[in-house]
Design a protein around this ligand. Structure first.
Ligand code: EPU
Length: 337
């Protein structure tokens, strides 16, 4: 294991923003992980796990601790009874490569999560979700290393405290380091195409194949997401707000076209819609950061943008939502400083 010093974080994140990590190490095995944690404890350093860096905004000043780039690989398919299989993947595997592999084997369960950048280990941290599916739907267990005890624990789905873009692991940053994740997949599946973009895409085709669903999602995403080879982004920067049932009713009276969905408490309302049609801030820019023209929930950054511009833009959105609509908006992206 080789610990590097003063490694720039910008190229390790899809935002392409951020100063250096004081210490940096690529973790490829459990032994590497233990050694790295011992190093951090000895030097009393903060520790940060980094996957694909696709949901991370690193500060211009960098990170004063140890960054662990989680590179543990390996994919195993275990045939279960009947039509089911368990797919176990190392935290460092590319999420989308694992999805593509499941689809190539004719296995249903994670196809709606096609095209999401990042790693397998990051998927449960924020319970990634898109097109009517969430990681938790197919997940069976998460294996994680606990920084204090040094033990590897297997968390069953029910122990992971999953909710909308939230988990036990996200609630306790720097405590758990995910090493492997298992998903339950099926040979016989039913297309989950009720999400509006998908049902529109499949008008006249009620039973698309796995590959057709993947292709549809990749093409929908290509229309709505920035081109990472040209500019930086971490996808949705904000969470869709969950408001009380009463507030949702008031909003629907005022904005009859506002998309909203039932949530654990009240209703989840579309922030992209509100930013677009109520606040008219699509494309709003501060310095090198702007709300993406095709999807204002997404912040995009020109090359060389400062983290301060992104924070200022995010704060401005949060303030406007509070002052104009009295809605509390929270950010989704992991901030590193
Ligand atoms: N909309 C507008 N104007 C726009 C864009 C969208 O009014 O310019 C409205 C449309 O009415 C649309 C609605 O907003 O129906 C919702 O948009 P979209 O389908 O893009 O979904 P979202 O709720 O904005 C969420 C996830 C995305 C995920 C998509 C697709 C969050 C925070 N974001 O966005 O996840 O890809 O659904 O299912 O829940 C991410 O987490 O980084 C991410 C990209």
């Amino acid at each position: 294991m080789y610990i590097e010093e003063n490694v720039p974080l910008a190229p390790l994140t899809t935002f392409n923003i951020g100063g250096p990590a004081r210490f940096f190490v690529r973790v490829q095995s459990l032994d590497d992980l233990r050694e790295a944690i011992d190093f951090a404890k000895e030097k009393k350093l903060k520790v940060l796990a980094l996957g694909g860096g696709s949901n991370t905004l690193a500060d211009d000043v960098g990170f004063p601790g140890l960054v662990l780039k989680m590179d543990m690989l390996g994919v195993e398919l275990i045939a279960g009874d009947g039509d089911s299989s368990i797919l176990v993947a190392g935290a460092g595997e590319s999420w989308d490569a694992v999805v593509a592999r499941a689809i190539a084997r004719g296995l249903w369960g994670i196809e709606n999560l096609s095209g999401i950048p990042g790693t397998v280990g990051a998927a449960p941290v924020q319970n990634i979700g898109a097109y009517g599916a969430e990681a938790k739907d197919a997940l069976v267990w998460v294996e994680a290393f606990h920084i204090q005890t040094g033990r590897i624990t297997r968390f069953e789905k029910s122990e992971c405290k999953f909710s909308y873009r939230m988990s036990l692991f996200k609630k306790n940053p720097g405590i758990y380091f995910i090493t492997r994740v298992a998903f339950l997949l099926h040979r016989k599946g039913t297309p989950n195409i009720s999400y509006r973009d998908l049902s529109e895409f499949f008008t006249g085709n009620a039973a698309p194949t796995l590959q057709e669903i993947r292709d549809a999602i990749l093409s929908i995403r290509a229309r709505k997401f920035p081109d990472l080879s040209k500019e930086g982004t971490a996808g949705s920067f904000f969470l869709n707000p969950i408001v009380s049932a009463e507030k949702a009713m008031q909003l629907r009276e005022r904005f009859p076209d506002l998309p909203s969905y039932p949530a654990e408490t009240g209703a989840k309302v579309s922030l992209a819609w509100l930013l677009d049609h109520a606040l008219h801030v699509r494309g709003m820019r501060i310095g090198g950061a702007r709300l993406f023209e095709k999807q204002p929930l997404i912040i995009v950054a020109d090359r060389g943008t400062s983290s301060c511009d992104v924070y200022a833009l995010a704060d401005s959105v949060i303030e406007k939502m509070r002052d104009v609509l009295n809605i509390k908006v929270e950010t989704e992206v992991q901030k590193v400083f």
